[in-house]
Write a protein that binds this ligand. Sequence first.
Ligand SMILES: Nc1ncnc2c1ncn2[C@@H]1O[C@H](COP(=O)(O)OP(=O)(O)OP(=O)(O)O)[C@@H](O)[C@H]1O
Ligand SMILES: [Mg+2]
Length: 456
Amino acid sequence: MLKPEEYKFFLDYVYGLIVVDTDANIIFMSKQFADYIDVNQDEVVGKPIKEVFPPTKMDKALDKGEPEIGDFYIIEGKAVASTRVPLRKNGKLVGLMEYDLFQDTEMLEQFIENYINLDEEIKYYKEEVQKLRSARYSIDNIIGNSQAIETLKKEIRYAARTNSTVLIQGETGSGKELVAHSVHNLSKRYFQNFIRINAASIPENLVESELFGYEPGAFTGAKPKGMKGKFELADKGTIFIDEIEELPLSIQVKLLRAIQEREIDKIGGKKSIPIDIRIICATNQDLEQLVRENKFRKDLYYRLNVVKINVPPLRERREDIPKIAEYTISILNNMLGKNIKGIHSKVIEELMKHDWPGNVRELQNVIEKAMNFAEGNMLRVKDFNFLFAEKCMDPDMASIEWNNPIEEIKRNAEREFIIKALDLNDGNRTKTAELLKISRSLLYQKMKRLNIEYKR
Ligand SMILES: Nc1ncnc2c1ncn2[C@@H]1O[C@H](COP(=O)(O)OP(=O)(O)OP(=O)(O)O)[C@@H](O)[C@H]1O
Ligand SMILES: [Mg+2]
């Protein structure tokens, strides 16, 4: 270790370091700078800086008395950037210090390169954060060219142009989330946060703090620093409240206030916080009906229902099924490392007849399952046996059961469950029967009745 005063020695190596008094006479010039302008470091002390180094701006900076950071100028064709700092003691100006960021073009280039690298790094991290916080899907992910989809896309584009609250209604799996992402991504807010919250998945006693946050010490067990709620996180961006019908009535009042006043109250907070937010909600329920049953506040319903987007169920746009199927296969090929080239036309015919109560999500699941069964690179009817079993292989039973949805669902569930159990036991019938707590013979009977042809 050196003594503190010994470190002063290194000041000689600082680029362009000059200290002057209030008369702009030199007190100190680093050896680096003295060598650079070809003068003797000791001999210049006490001389006016203007005389020793005529291009100097230190005299003017003294008059100004304010710092100049990274002031850029050219001396004899060389790029220089200096920082000048007034020196004060007890508030009184006693002199000025200057040092250089760079003294020639090479250093400038290095500086710019560093800056660009840093800028790229910052951009990269910004994008990463953006990905984490943003809407993943865009309108191009909505596949189909049926009239219903064309209309839907028009409605999305329209909603994106406004700042109004959007209510998305549609059956489960029909693409409501996709629509919410698309509205945000097409709106002016696309570069801001897209914060998603599912009202059904938060325990009732946590909904308020999740949505609106809390101040430090708001309640026992609270984080000591307090917490930002989703509304605050989504400030300047969009908040997407999924399954809005699940919002407890007490929270509905607060949401109404947030929408009307454009401000929120944190739990334990003394002041309201203004927020600039775009609200998108989604539901697979008939909200109007819930309003009639007093399960959803009427005033809130009207506030939410400014721009309504109805997402049509898949059975009302069956002509989109081939395209969606194809699209799903291409995505799953990548994900599952498969190379399925297409679907047999017979399958498409059958898929188009199906009613798809689970909509696009169900179609995706069905295709994924079929891809797991597939042996060649085309999906064939037999790969879809689990779906068409009743229809294709057992026409008599199908005609009875097809009109009996409860039975059909039970049967499908039972079938799927048994196949899973067989999977778990590598097809071993004895172990599977044990797992299902039924006799081996009953398992065989069920497999026969449910058309389970399980090969080991
Ligand atoms: N038109 C479409 N084209 C391609 N994929 C779609 C389309 N509609 C929906 N999907 C896909 O189907 C799946 C279900 O969609 P999404 O999650 O948006 O449904 P949802 O209406 O929010 O359902 P839930 O009410 O169950 O939450 C997603 O994987 C989504 O990407
Ligand atoms: Mg959803």
